[in-house]
Design a binder for this molecule. Structure first.
Ligand code: RUQ
Ligand code: CUA
Length: 640
């Protein structure tokens, strides 16, 4: 069986190679172009010009033609939004799927002058006060809020692995509107919403440190721990945490809010790579959400740095009864990704340093005495399994980092075959496709909901090597689009997409679930709008001036404003345009100001006018033919 599967896989790979070369689009090679042209001819003139894939097995007498509408023509819109994290760029990127066009970037933990992010008072407050004042972040896991196990289009949450933070993006405006600096957590890695209705957003703490980390136990790693943090999505308050002894990693929620799963590597509690990879067994930790809430309710917690921390270590007294707060499910080895199947039956953890995935029966967790007995499948998939996504047709798609492949497998077949023997590839494996190269995450359309769409899959490959024109020693990543909608034809590689370092994970949401607004509703903004009657330069104190301006094509309402050297200057400005896509900004040279102003947006910026002279305040968005003339003078009088 194993050999057969291998042969099939090889064939599959050959076919895929051909499919790659012949996939249409601007990246089509000459060979592929000729081949695709030949097929168009064979299939009839009516099909000419339609984007399609050739499942190019040379031996096929009648070549398969898939009428895949994967090319989005100029002027046409995509079917899906994909939100990709930006890794240590600190942002979130918005792509269209299937075009893979990058439509927008949303700054989160980074400063971004084109969106005025970190350049006005409000976003500075988020970054500097609420967000702890760090200048960068490392975003990994974008998760869209859900209601009844489906995307509700309200928010997108994203973690900062570097500085232990969680941010919320308001999907009405595609803008970050909250950042929380999570206490008692270093390396907030996993991020996930508790389903079905986004009761919490969970931050999964990866790095073990002393808790509290105040200088105690510096070199006593046996006393280190990590935490799971539950954050209220409305208030962004950390409601509670659960302390464990081990490293936590990725997480996912059961569909009914009963359990939250996190992989856990380094059960040996090591601090060197050698120690961290010593044990062959680590854990998938299951957190019993209702039991934890109950413990918090009963006051069974310790308050640390203002957060209620529940003891979820293996031998916690809270684990003694028949409603334990945590269960430790043995999982080989340094497991990485964990995700819950769309039907809510299983949590599947990937082995990373073990070629298997571990299938946990979620309902069984409540019944078995030994958590190990909740494991109902452990298929051998390939080398370096990291993350699993779903198509809603009973298949899992798992990235194989070491093999540079995505493996498609049948989840129930793996359960039926359990326990499988020895070193052979699981009979549940259906096919593998080469990806380029070394995939980390992968994500299928609507994979995290109860009803995935099952058509598209993005493999987020860490290395691109030879896939793009060389641009020096910093290489882009390669996010590859794979069509998974045809089980008979198999997975089809459709597109390579270079990605600025470095996306980790993504969420793909159907466009019907989002309703982004092109003009601000002033009611949604904290600041009162300025209109033409409010234009003003007001000295409110010896050293403080408050200025009210507007922006419109092509002026700021006032031609000049005069302040004194050393004044604190507070400018409130509204873009009074009501027309979509007419943006202005308020840029002030030498004062480090560039505030973006979308239609009906009001922003405030405060700075110290410490340099006497003439400063042209100008608009940095190209807004009209008289854009260059859209400016006004800031006159800073010397104070003597
Ligand atoms: S991790 S490559 Cu930050 Cu989600 Cu797995
Ligand atoms: Cu307003 Cu350019």
């Amino acid at each position: 069986m194993a050999d057969d599967t291998k042969n099939e896989n090889n064939n599959q790979n050959d076919r895929d190679d051909d499919a790659n070369k012949s996939s249409s689009g601007s990246g089509m090679g000459r060979r592929g172009f000729l081949k695709a042209g030949a097929i168009a001819g064979a299939a009839g003139a009516a099909l000419a010009g339609c984007p399609r894939l050739f499942n190019g097995d040379e031996d096929d007498v009648e070549p398969r033609v898939l009428e895949l509408e994967h090319d989005v023509a100029p002027g046409e819109l995509d079917e899906y939004y994909a939100f990709l994290s930006g890794g240590h760029a600190g942002d979130v990127r918005v792509y269209g799927v299937p075009s893979m066009r990058q439509i927008m970037r949303i700054p989160v933990f980074n400063r971004e002058s084109a969106r005025g992010w970190g350049h006005d008072d409000e976003s500075r407050q988020l970054l500097e006060e609420d967000g702890g004042g760090y200048t960068w972040g490392d975003t990994h896991h974008p998760r869209v809020s859900q209601t009844d196990n489906d995307y509700d289009g309200r928010w997108l949450f994203i973690n900062d692995k570097a500085n232990g933070r969680m941010a919320r993006i308001n999907l009405k405006y595609f803008e970050t509107d909250a950042i929380v600096d999570i206490p008692n957590q270093q390396g907030t890695h996993g991020a996930c919403v508790v389903l079905p209705d986004t009761k919490y957003i969970i931050g999964v703490g990866e790095f073990r440190v002393p808790i509290p980390n105040d200088g105690r136990d510096l070199d006593e790693p046996e006393n280190y721990g990590s935490t799971l943090a539950a954050i209220n999505p409305e208030t962004m308050n950390v409601e509670w945490q659960v302390r464990v002894d081990c490293n936590l990693d990725n997480g996912d929620s059961a569909k009914d809010g009963s359990w939250f799963f996190s992989t856990s590597y380094n059960s040996s509690g090591g601090v060197t790579e050698e120690e961290m990879t010593r044990d062959d067994r680590d854990w998938t930790v299951a957190f019993n959400i209702p039991a934890i809430e109950e413990a918090v309710e009963q006051g069974e917690y310790e308050e640390i740095n203002g957060v209620r921390v529940v003891d979820g270590t293996e031998d916690s007294p809270l684990n003694e009864g028949n409603n334990p707060v945590t269960r430790y499910i043995p999982t080989p080895k340094n497991p990485h990704g964990v995700s819950v199947t769309p039907d809510g039956k299983y949590a599947i953890s990937s082995g990373k340093l073990d070629p298997t995935a571990t299938i946990i029966d979620i309902a069984a967790l409540n019944e078995v005495d030994d958590p190990a007995d909740a494991v109902v499948g452990r298929p051998q998939l390939g080398m370096g399994p990291l993350h699993t996504a779903y198509d809603g047709r009973g298949h899992g798609y798992t990235t194989l980092f070491v093999d540079s492949q995505v493996v498609k497998w049948d989840i129930e077949a793996a359960v039926e075959a359990h326990p499988e023997n020895g070193d052979e590839e699981s009979p549940a494996v259906i096919e593998k496709i080469d990806v380029h190269y070394n995939p980390g995450h992968l994500i299928a359309s609507e994979s995290y909901t109860a009803e995935p769409a099952g058509d598209w899959l993005i493999s987020l490959n860490k290395l691109s090597k030879d896939r793009f024109l060389p641009v020096g020693p910093v290489f882009p990543e390669n996010d590859q689009l794979i069509y998974i909608g045809d089980d008979e034809a198999g997975m089809q590689l459709v597109k390579d997409t270079p990605a600025y370092p470095e996306p980790h994970d993504a969420t793909i949401v159907h466009k019907s679930k989002l309703d982004p607004q092109g003009v601000y509703d002033p009611e949604d903004l904290e600041l009162d709008a300025v209109d033409m009657d409010d234009l003003d330069v007001q000295r409110v104190d010896d050293d403080r001036v408050e200025i009210k301006l507007v922006s419109r094509r092509n002026d700021f309402g006032l031609d000049d404003v005069t302040v004194k050297e050393g004044d604190t200057v507070e400018i409130t400005i509204t873009n009074i345009e009501g027309t979509e896509d007419i943006l202005h900004s308020l840029a002030i040279p030498q004062y480090d100001v560039n505030v973006k102003l979308a239609p009906q947006e009001t922003r405030q910026v405060t700075f110290t006018a410490d340099k006497p002279g003439v400063y042209w305040m100008y608009c940095a968005y190209f807004c009209s033919a008289l854009h260059l003339e859209m400016r006004a003078r800031l006159l800073v009088e010397p104070r003597e």
